[in-house]
Design a protein. Structure first.
Length: 551
C-alpha cells in the first residue's frame, strides 16, 4: 500500500509536499462556538497599503506585493515579501473572518521553495486564522528544491537562515504586518511543522520562547546533523559495493507482511498496524530464499543483512550508537522512495540525496574539508566533526523553562511507521525533557505516537493526524488534550478508519464491541511495564539555551 506521502512525493517538490502534510491543518475544524466567542476583526487599512518597508528588531522587512484574493471561500489579502537579506514569506490575511489568531508553518527538507500557506477548508469559521510560510532564506531551482543543498556551499547567511533564523524573523515580520492591517497584533500565535518543520518548532520553543503561544512539532529532526548521518547509513546499508541497490522495492511487501504476521497480534488486535513496534522482534532471516532461488516473496542473504542494518540504525565499529534508533518494524512499505531507490529520483533515494547534499554543502564549517555519501565514515570522530556546524541548527536543548513559564504549550507527535525519521528519537528527547523539567512535563508538553503512520502522513491503517484543534483548545481554554483522533483514508480519499491517540505512554485498547475502525470503541490503557525511553547514544543534550539567537 502506498500512502498519502508517497502519492504527494510522486507529484512534486518534497518541501511543498511535506509542507502540505503539516497543512493537515486544512482538515482543522475549530469549533464554531469558539470562533464566535473570539469575534472577528476587520482590517483598518487597505490591503495595497501594506506595500512598504517595516522595521523589526535587528532587521528590515520588505513587502513587495499585497493583493486581494480568494482561497476557496476565504477572501484575504495575499502579502508577499522578504526579510533581509532574502528570507521570503507568503502571508495571508483574511479580510472578513479574522479572529485574532496567527498560524505559521514550517517547511520540510532543506526548504528552498515558497509554498502558499493553505487556509483550513471546513466551515465558515476557518478563515479566522492568518497564515504564513517561508522558504527559509534561499530559493532553489532544482527539480526537488527540498533535496538541494548546493545553495549553501559558500553562503553562511543562508545556512543560518535555514538553521535557526528564518522562522523567527518571519514571525516578527508577520506580526508586525498583522498589527498594521488589523490595528492590533495577534491575540494568539501558533506554529506547526513536521520533519525539518518539527525541528524548527522545537528550536523556536528553545531559542525564541516568546514567539508562539502554542507549538506543534511533528517527527522533529531535532538532532539534525546526527539524523543526516543516519540517512547516509540508510543509503549505504541498502547499497552494494558496486553501487547498485541491494534491497529493492519489490521485496518490501513480503517483508512488511511477514512483520505483521509475526507481530500484529501483540497489541491484542489484528488490524494491520503495530501499536508499539518496539515489542516486535521479527528477524528478516525468516524470509531467506532457499539456496539458488531469488524471487519477490523472499530475501537473499544480502537483502536480509540490509534489512537488519536498516532496523538497527547507525553504529560505529565498537557498537556505539550514532543515532538513538533505527527504522521501526512495520515501516517497510514506506522504504520505497525514501530508503530504496526509485525512478522518480533518478534511481536514487530521498535518504541518499539528503545525505549527499548535506555532507557536500551544509555539514561542515565553510573553508573546511567536506565529505560525501560515498566516503563518509560512521565513527564517533565523524559524528563530532558534524557537530561543529550542526550545533547551529540542532534543537537539542532541554531548557524550555522560559517557554513553559510564558504559558507556552507544546504538542509533539510521531508516526510509529515513519520511514525517514526514527520515532524512538523523539521519545528519547521527551524522556530527557521530563527529567529536566521541575514538575510534571505533561502540564505543558505532551507526546502522541500514531500507529501505522509514516513520515508526516500516509501509511497503513492511519494516514492523517491533525493536532491543531487540540492545541488551540489547550492554549485558549486550558483544555489539555487527553486524546486526538487519527484518521485513515483509502486511495480515493474516503475515511476508512478512525482511532484515538492518547498522550504517551497511554495506548488505545479495543473495548471488545463495535467496529475496530471506529475511534469510539477504544479506551486508554497504561503500558504493562514501565517504559525505558532514554537511549544510550553518543549524542548529548543541552541543559541551557544554545546560541546564536540574534535576528
Amino acid at each position: 500500500m502506498r500512502g498519502t506521502w508517497w502519492r504527494r512525493v510522486r507529484t512534486g517538490d518534497v518541501v511543498t509536499r511535506l509542507f502540505a502534510v503539516v497543512a493537515l491543518v486544512a482538515s482543522l475544524s475549530v469549533a464554531t462556538a469558539s470562533a464566535a466567542r473570539a469575534g472577528t476583526v476587520a482590517p483598518v487599512v487597505e490591503c495595497a497599503d501594506l506595500v512598504h518597508d517595516f522595521a523589526v528588531p535587528g532587521t528590515r522587512v520588505h513587502v513587495t506585493s499585497a493583493q486581494l484574493a480568494e482561497d476557496g471561500e476565504v477572501a484575504h489579502c495575499a502579502v508577499l515579501g522578504y526579510v533581509e537579506p532574502k528570507v521570503r514569506f507568503h502571508l495571508k490575511l483574511p479580510t472578513t473572518t479574522y479572529t485574532g489568531r496567527y498560524l505559521q508553518y514550517g517547511c520540510g527538507g532543506f526548504c528552498g521553495a515558497l509554498a502558499a500557506p493553505p487556509f483550513p477548508s471546513c466551515g465558515a469559521e476557518v478563515g479566522g486564522l492568518a497564515v504564513a510560510a517561508t522558504d527559509d532564506g534561499h530559493a532553489s531551482d532544482a527539480p526537488v528544491p527540498s533535496l538541494d543543498g548546493t545553495w549553501a556551499a559558500a553562503d553562511q547567511a543562508a545556512r543560518d537562515d535555514l538553521a535557526f533564523r528564518a522562522p523567527h524573523v518571519v514571525s516578527m515580520a508577520a506580526k508586525r504586518i498583522i498589527e498594521e492591517f488589523y490595528g492590533d497584533p495577534p491575540s494568539f500565535s501558533y506554529f506547526g511543522g513536521c520533519s525539518n518543520g518539527g525541528r524548527e518548532a522545537l528550536l523556536l520553543a528553545q531559542r525564541y520562547p516568546h514567539d508562539f503561544d502554542g507549538i506543534i512539532a511533528g517527527a522533529p529532526v531535532n538532532a539534525m546533523s546526527a539524523l543526516l548521518l543516519h540517512q547516509a547509513w540508510l543509503a549505504r546499508a541498502t547499497t552494494g559495493p558496486d553501487g547498485r541497490p541491494v534491497l529493492t522495492a519489490d521485496r518490501l511487501p513480503a517483508l512488511h507482511d511477514a512483520v505483521l504476521r509475526h507481530c500484529d497480534h501483540l497489541d491484542g488486535l489484528v488490524d494491520g498496524q503495530l501499536d508499539d513496534p518496539r515489542r516486535c522482534d521479527h528477524d528478516p532471516a525468516a524470509l531467506l530464499c532457499p539456496p539458488g532461488e531469488d524471487r519477490p516473496t523472499c530475501l537473499t542473504p544480502a537483502q536480509v543483512e540490509a534489512a537488519r542494518r536498516v532496523y538497527a540504525g547507525p553504529t560505529d565499529a565498537h557498537g556505539n550508537r550514532l543515532y538513538p534508533a533505527g527504522q521501526e518494524r512495520g515501516s517497510e512499505l514506506g522504504w520505497a522512495g525514501w530508503i530504496v531507490p526509485v525512478p522518480e529520483f533518478g534511481g536514487a533515494s530521498v535518504a541518499a540525496l539528503l545525505a549527499d547534499h548535506y555532507l557536500k554543502y551544509l555539514a561542515y564549517p565553510l573553508g573546511t574539508p567536506h565529505s560525501s555519501l560515498a566516503d563518509v565514515r560512521f565513527t564517533v570522530g565523524e559524528f563530532a566533526r558534524l557537530g561543529a556546524e550542526g550545533a547551529r541548527g540542532n534543537a537539542m536543548s532541554l531548557d524550555l523553562g522560559e517557554f513553559r513559564r510564558a504559558g507556552g504549550r507544546l504538542i509533539l507527535w510521531h508516526g510509529w511507521s515513519d520511514q525517514g525519521v526514527p520515532p524512538r528519537g523523539l521519545l528519547d528527547y521527551y524522556a530527557r525533557l521530563a527529567r529536566h523539567d521541575d514538575g510534571d512535563v505533561r502540564r505543558w508538553a505532551r507526546v502522541f505516537m500514531v500507529p501505522g503512520l509514516q513520515h508526516c502522513g500516509g501509511g497503513t491503517g492511519l494516514t492523517e493526524f491533525d493536532p491543531v484543534h487540540a492545541l488551540l483548545a489547550w492554549v485558549e481554554h486550558g483544555a489539555a488534550p487527553d486524546r486526538i483522533i487519527a484518521t485513515g483514508r483509502d486511495a480515493a480519499g474516503n475515511v476508512v478508519r478512525t482511532r484515538p491517540v492518547f498522550p504517551y505512554p497511554l495506548t488505545a485498547r479495543y473495548t471488545g464491541t463495535g467496529s475496530t475502525d471506529d475511534a469510539a470503541n477504544f479506551r486508554p490503557v497504561p503500558p504493562t511495564h514501565p517504559t525505558r525511553d532514554v537511549v544510550d547514544w553518543v549524542g548529548s543534550y543541552l541543559h541551557h539555551k544554545p546560541g546564536p539567537v540574534a535576528p
